[in-house]
Design a protein around this ligand. Structure first.
Ligand code: SAH
Ligand code: AVI
Length: 323
């Protein structure tokens, strides 16, 4: 890692670079151990590839979580209440949400929040056809900042929904801050239903992030194509390979893009050198035990209530209350 001083100097050099995407990319690639932020995976193509991942035989989290939600849908939706507001963070396709909406669409308003405008637009069109009586208000925003809910819905009783173990893509300290931020958005008495992937046999975990069909590899490499398209860089994605490893000490899957040769890439008037075998760390996916997650939620100011899991204890869905 570069020292705080070096990064501060780099920020000074970047004073003329206006947009957040180029700033984050330049900063990440300037570190001794290169990184790129995983939230930039989700351009239109990235969101499509993610949907493909969710249907892969190796990627157990989506179908397992959907099974849990279906089995406990009544308990989950009863707490939303007539006239309630369902706020989803990182909603993507909102497909899982249909399990809940099938029971309550006529009686609530739904606010899906995502950085992917394309995913939100597709989801909104599908939900309008499927639930003509549902009040849907999409918000394109980064959920890690404070997201203001529509004024006319602000006084409703609020339930947050954060499925998919997206929280696992943040380091535990950042995850705690994010959960506390959700508490401020949802307010006193607010409830959060959150899906968390559980620790398990590392081979199952690595397979889920390194599938035989190569869809996760394409999802990871698409980040370089997005950077080329939006920032005019010269990445040759064929000169990088996808890697997924499990670090048992950190309890996390790491995804990397590993350079297949010595190479130089131009980006925003700068050049970045990659040695053969050097990696760009693109994503972490932390796995928790039920107790570890309840502790984290408690430290963020949430009161853990019910928790539901599948028979094989692969995945968990937690109910938290903001007190
Ligand atoms: N909730 C869905 C999608 C999970 S994929 C599911 O469970 O299947 C993660 C989603 O979070 C993507 O749609 C991505 O665009 C969104 N996302 C990632 N980081 C985000 C951020 N910082 N702010 C808002 N949305 C984000
Ligand atoms: C969105 N997030 C929880 C996924 C995960 O499992 O960490 C993203 C993903 N990365 C590779 N496959 C899926």
């Amino acid at each position: 890692m570069r020292s705080a001083q070096t990064l501060a100097r780099l920020r000074g050099d970047l004073a003329g670079v206006e947009d957040q995407f180029s700033l984050s990319v330049i900063e990440g690639l300037s570190k001794t151990r290169k990184t790129l932020p995983c939230r930039y995976f989700y351009d239109a193509r990235g969101s499509e590839l993610f949907e493909e991942i969710t249907r892969l035989p190796e990627y157990y989290p989506t179908r397992t979580e959907m099974g849990i939600l279906a089995e406990h849908a009544a308990e989950i939706t009863d707490g939303i209440g007539d006239g309630g507001l369902l706020v989803e963070f990182g909603s993507g396709s909102s497909l899982k949400t249909e399990i809940l909406l099938d029971r309550i669409a006529e009686r609530i308003a739904y606010v899906p929040i995502d950085v992917s405008e394309a995913a939100l637009a597709d989801a909104k069109a599908r939900l309008a056809r499927r639930y003509p009586g549902l009040d849907v208000r999409t918000i394109v925003a980064d959920f890690s900042g404070f997201v203001a809910l529509p004024d006319d819905l602000a006084s409703r009783r609020k339930t947050g929904f954060f499925p998919g173990s997206t929280l696992g893509n943040l380091a535990p300290k950042d995850a705690r801050h994010l959960l506390a931020g959700f508490g401020r958005v949802l307010g006193d008495g607010g409830r959060l239903i959150i899906g968390i992937d559980l620790k398990k046999d590392p081979r199952t975990l690595v397979r889920a992030y390194n599938d035989a069909a190569g869809v996760t590899a394409a999802f990871n490499l698409n980040l370089l194509l997005r950077i080329n398209r939006e920032l005019g860089s010269t990445f040759d994605e064929r000169a990088f390979r996808h890697e997924a490893i499990y670090d048992p000490r950190e309890g996390r899957i790491e995804m990397h893009l590993v350079s297949k040769r010595d190479q130089e890439v131009e980006l925003c008037g700068r050049s970045f050198n990659f040695r053969n075998g050097e990696s760009i760390h693109t994503e972490n996916s932390y796995k928790y035990t039920i107790e570890q997650f309840r502790e984290l939620a408690g430290a963020a100011g949430w009161q853990p209530e019910r928790v539901w899991t599948d028979a094989a204890s692969q995945f968990s869905v937690h109910e938290l209350v903001w007190v």
